[in-house]
Design a protein. Sequence first.
Length: 287
Amino acid sequence: MAMSHLILQAPNLLPADIERIAALLNAGGVQEVGPTHVRILDVDPDGLDEALVVCRERRIDAAHLDRLVPLRSCKLLAMDMDSTLINIECIDEIADMVGRKAEVSAITEAAMRGEIADFSESLRRRVALLRGVPESALQRVFDERLALNPGAERLVEVARACGLHTLLVSGGFTYFTERLRRGLGLAEAHSNTLEIIDGVLTGRVLGDIVDGQAKADHVADAAARLGAAPEQIIVVGDGANDLRMMAHAAYSVAYRAKPAVRAQARFALDYSPLDAILNWFRLATVR
């Protein structure tokens, strides 16, 4: 019977750490793929808990996989936007343009930690603080502050090349998701629409709020259209409102996530870039 593998990734993997983890797992072998990526092969599950403690102590991202499959066997990659695909929380940066960042950020952080159970309420409270902000502030945020997180572009490019449907689903705003959808060639994007009248934000959101349940519904809808089973779905997020959509995926990934999210996701990337996800699928010939 084939045994499972532990994928280690970190900006700087030390040989001593690799050897220690492999010994704890009574590994069948070590496959060094590169300076930031190693596969510990045929691991003994009895040593897994202790090995994962070492990984946390040594700031190593570890992914335990029963088997390695080709990325082409997956059908859907779904991603959150703010603090996942990109480096900022857009609403906080919009607020910063008019000196209201502290107020908005406090609500954002509480919502992402899950302390405000009703995401729709938290979003409406934050957007209300943006009343009177000129639309030009959104463009400035996009031009001056928004950047893709490390590895994001490569993750999307490789996923698309392997035939995956790419979905951006966000509690943020269409102003940004649509620009990212076009720029990255994503298949679809869903988010909230800010009401703008005469070039000024009114402090209101148009239509239904894209909250945690709506995110999950968009993932479920895409999966149904694609005929994708959970083991063919990758979902990446960082906040509490991502947990419901993560539940649809065998590859649920917490990226630089809040503790509650990291605890419930199957995988976590605390130190590695987003394209580290790809290393869980390569070399499908490995047992």
